[in-house]
Design a protein around this ligand. Structure first.
Ligand SMILES: [Cu+2]
Length: 173
């Protein structure tokens, strides 16, 4: 049984990196969490989510964070503000929804320890489909200063793209 549980653990680790692992209703790509400095209490986690069937990202959890929420950052009267996405983030069937700096993100708050660059952080995403059925995806997100692989354009308000990240390559789709 030991071997079997080890294999299961390896399968779970692989699942977090690959597209549509067996039974996964939501594909997760390019996941990463922003590294923090000592004393920093919150950070963002980013990824691209593609649901097979319409669902919602309703929550998140991480052992390193006292609180994890789905947030949206947007301009409000010329001021950048962020707030929890009430009722969950809609993931229409087959449509890639990007969580990125300056937009949607998973906010990890009340951090118990710093997120060290080039380490990984476990994050669980919680989904609820149209029928109200809940599911989870467990991830090990690489911790980086900026999006791995230089994917996408740096968002406004995000100046961390200066100097290319020495991050590990992102999970290849
Ligand atoms: Cu936030």
């Amino acid at each position: 049984m030991k071997l079997k549980s080890l294999l299961t653990a390896m399968a779970l680790a692989a699942a977090s990196l690959s597209a549509f692992a067996a039974g996964e209703a939501v594909e997760v790509q390019n996941a990463w969490a922003r590294a923090t400095v000592k004393g920093q209490m919150a950070t963002g986690a980013f990824m691209t989510l593609t649901a097979k069937e319409g669902t919602k990202l309703v929550g998140a959890a991480s052992p390193v964070a006292g609180v994890a929420q789905v947030h949206e950052m947007k301009m409000d009267g010329g001021v950048m503000k962020m707030a929890e996405v009430k009722g969950g983030l809609e993931l229409p069937a087959g449509k890639a929804v990007e969580l990125k700096p300056g937009g949607f993100h998973v906010m990890l708050m009340d951090l118990k320890e710093p997120l060290v660059k080039d380490s990984t952080v476990p994050v669980t995403l919680m989904f609820k489909d149209a029928k109200g059925v809940e599911s989870k995806v467990e991830l090990k997100m690489p911790v980086a200063m900026a999006a791995p692989g230089g994917m996408g354009k740096p968002a406004a308000m995000d100046h961390s793209m200066h100097g290319m990240p020495a991050a590990k390559p992102a999970a290849k789709p």
